[in-house]
Write a protein that binds this ligand. Structure first.
Ligand code: ZN
Length: 432
């Protein structure tokens, strides 16, 4: 089913003309209301009236996560506080989290793109959708929730965790759709198998999974475990949250809702715009957001775009599943983790050296993180109790910085391999 036939099957020319009109409005909006962008445009020597078509997008400056942090919390907002009805923030970091805001119209638009996404998996008002994404500052839970209500499905806002209850409600309420991170889907699948629940007691038919990278192998595994069709949904809070793009039943890429988010692929080193089909960094300009419109936001996700018409009938461009990052960010259990955050924790502690190694793995389909830390000579005593206390302190500091728990392993000074070039800080064994 196609939720918005008019937009999703629009000709390329009509789409480009709609994008151009909305881009002009957005550039005017940020120039008027956001001092940061006014200054950026001035520095680049661009007046709002210079932006006429989508091709003019390439003259505009980029926005990065650092710009959001520098303007924490509301510095990039283009709407007054009394018009902002919702705030979300990125998980993981403490004082420097990325804050995003939504006006009432932004929430309506978000519900619309999530409704379009759900319709791609044929979700309709007869469905019972178990939303096992986290509810809270994270955009996953509430994002899916509003879109599912717009479609008229029955929403179970169970949030993440409490696996026993998930399985119970899945059976008692007859959930037909599951939505959560792929790793949690896989974990639930294992739990169903372990609990010996007969598949005939479940009505599940499809799953919509995102917020972390997952492979084709993982899709196959989830589809077998849960006996469902698994769909990939993509989004990031800076752009809107889940619902930036979504897979249709052809599963040959994710359709981008480009009437709201204009995608570009750039060379991450030269920042030059690359043609369709070439691998590069994905960049989005949100052209209908009121509270937080972002110009050429660098996602750091690496992928390709394709513009040929899909067999499903949609003309929206498709992006391939993201193949990696142009920075060193890791996504562990749905949380964004930068090795530099670990480094800053260790730098602040006297007992440790900023030499460390992050080992990421996936055990029983849940991400695990081990951090090996070198301890200063004078602290590497043989007193087991003291070392355990130190290990505990590092564990706590890391947890409060990253927002996730890690296994801390103390190692003797100079045991972590040094390299002449860029130090290897991460071993990711998850085969993403
Ligand atoms: Zn399609």
């Amino acid at each position: 089913m196609i939720w918005n036939q008019h937009i999703e099957c629009m000709s390329r020319e009509a789409m480009r003309s709609l994008q151009a009109q909305r881009l002009r409005e957005t550039v005017n909006r940020i120039h008027t209301h956001v001092p940061f962008y006014r200054q950026q445009l001035q520095q680049a020597g661009i007046r709002p009236e210079d932006i006429k078509t989508v091709d003019d997008l390439q003259h505009l400056p980029f926005t990065t996560k650092l710009d959001l942090r520098d303007n924490y919390p509301f510095g990039l907002f283009a709407a007054p506080q009394q018009d902002v009805v919702r705030l979300h923030a990125s998980s993981g970091t403490t004082g420097k989290s990325t804050v995003v805001g939504y006006t009432h119209n932004d929430i309506l638009m978000w519900s619309e793109v999530v409704a379009r996404s759900l319709a791609m998996a044929d979700v309709n008002r007869n469905d019972i959708i178990q939303v096992a994404y986290g509810y809270g500052l994270f955009t996953g839970g509430l994002g899916l929730h509003y879109g599912a209500e717009k479609i008229g499905a029955s929403v179970i806002p169970i949030s993440v965790g409490n696996t026993k209850k998930q399985l119970q409600l899945m059976q008692d309420f007859g959930s037909t759709i599951l939505t959560c991170t792929p790793s949690y889907a896989s974990f639930l699948g294992e739990a169903i198998r372990e609990a010996g629940i007969e598949r005939t007691r479940l009505r599940l038919r499809a799953g919509i999974f995102g917020a972390e990278p997952w492979t084709a192998e993982m899709r196959k595994e989830i589809e077998e475990l849960l006996a469902i069709q698994a769909f990939d949904i993509y989004g990031l809070s800076e752009v809107i949250g889940p619902g930036v793009s979504m897979e249709c039943p052809m599963q040959n890429g994710l359709h981008v809702f480009e009437d709201h988010f204009i995608p570009e692929i750039i060379d991450p080193d030269t920042c030059e715009v690359l043609p369709y089909g070439e691998l590069g960094e994905l960049v989005f300009t949100s052209v209908t957001k009121e509270a937080l419109p972002l110009i050429r936001y660098r996602t750091r996700d690496l992928t390709r775009l394709h513009a040929d018409v899909c067999e499903c009938g949609r003309t929206l461009v498709r992006m391939e599943k993201c193949v990696g990052r142009s920075d060193d960010m890791l996504i562990i259990r749905g949380v964004n983790v930068f090795p530099s955050q670990v480094e800053s924790v260790l730098m602040e502690m006297n007992e440790t050296k900023p030499h460390y190694l992050l080992i990421v793995d996936r055990e029983h389909n849940l991400d695990t993180l081990e951090i090996q830390v070198e301890v200063e000579d004078q602290f590497f005593s043989d007193e087991v109790g003291e070392l355990e206390a130190l290990q505990q302190r590092i564990h706590q500091n890391i947890q409060s910085m990253l927002g996730i728990s890690a296994r801390i392993k103390l190692v003797e000074p100079r045991t972590i391999e040094r390299s002449a070039g860029k130090a290897q800080r991460v071993i990711d064994n998850r085969k993403l």
